[in-house]
Ligand binder design. Structure first.
Ligand code: DC
Length: 222
């Protein structure tokens, strides 16, 4: 039964390193990975492509419900086209954060996200993995870091990908996105009561991965 397949939910703000940590934990355990942020980002790309405004909830809902999104060997495909680079752009993330505030858009993406729950287990990365999508996850982590550390990480990530980046505008955008993701009415970004807080400001990725794996082992989740 799907309910018995273990889930490690890793939620937290943007650029906290949770995507990298989630990816490595999934790899180490041989589990599936859900990068839910990419799904919201793909809705944004699809909206750009079709000229739909991110404020237009009614137009976004069918677009989210019918999203032709695939994850294949590290590549992210939208309508069969490789969008792995475009999906990571800051403008895509900002638009995703805006459209993610619409309750009906979130609802339209719910089953698609739950379909990632396949044996032997799932590591799910996002904002509402522990609170809404997988509320029964046996291990929930809220992974965060200071806004300065996150801006610095995002800057390095973008530069490494050959994408444009500016540290001051990144700081500004991260603060704005944190406020939007935290204060929205539906599924706001906040730690669940049963989540373990992990502040990685002074931690390396390897240390954070080890922390999650140790906790999963200690709790008998993996
Ligand atoms: O994690 P990310 O930066 O790729 O996510 C992009 C935006 O998508 C984020 O600012 C808010 C939204 N999002 C969400 O609302 N719920 C999720 N589970 C994942 C992302």
């Amino acid at each position: 039964m799907a309910g018995e397949i273990p889930v490690i939910a890793i939620d937290g703000p943007t650029a906290s390193g949770k995507g990298t940590v989630a990816g490595r934990v999934a790899e180490r355990l041989g589990w599936n990975l859900l990068d839910s942020g990419s799904i919201y980002r793909m809705v944004a790309l699809s909206a750009f492509k079709r000229g739909v405004e991110v404020s237009d909830e009614a137009a976004l809902v069918p677009l989210a419900a019918g999203l032709d999104a695939r994850f294949e060997q590290g590549a992210i495909l939208l309508d069969g086209e490789d969008v792995s680079v475009a999906v990571r752009r800051e403008e895509t993330g900002n638009a995703a954060s805006r459209l993610a505030a619409h309750p009906r858009v979130r609802e339209a993406l719910l089953e698609r996200q739950r379909a990632f729950l396949q044996a032997p287990g799932l590591v799910a990365d996002g904002r509402d993995m522990g609170s809404v999508v997988f509320p029964h996850a046996p291990l929930k982590i809220f992974l965060t870091a200071s806004v300065e550390a996150r801006a610095d990480r995002r800057y390095k990530q973008l530069i490494a990908k050959g994408l444009p980046a500016n540290i001051d505008s990144l700081l500004h955008d991260l603060r704005e996105r944190d406020a939007r993701d935290t204060h929205r009415a539906v599924a706001p970004l906040r730690p669940c009561e049963d989540a373990v807080l992990l502040d990685t400001t002074r931690m390396s990725i390897d240390e954070a991965v080890r922390f999650v794996l140790d906790l999963a082992h200690d709790r008998g989740v993996a």
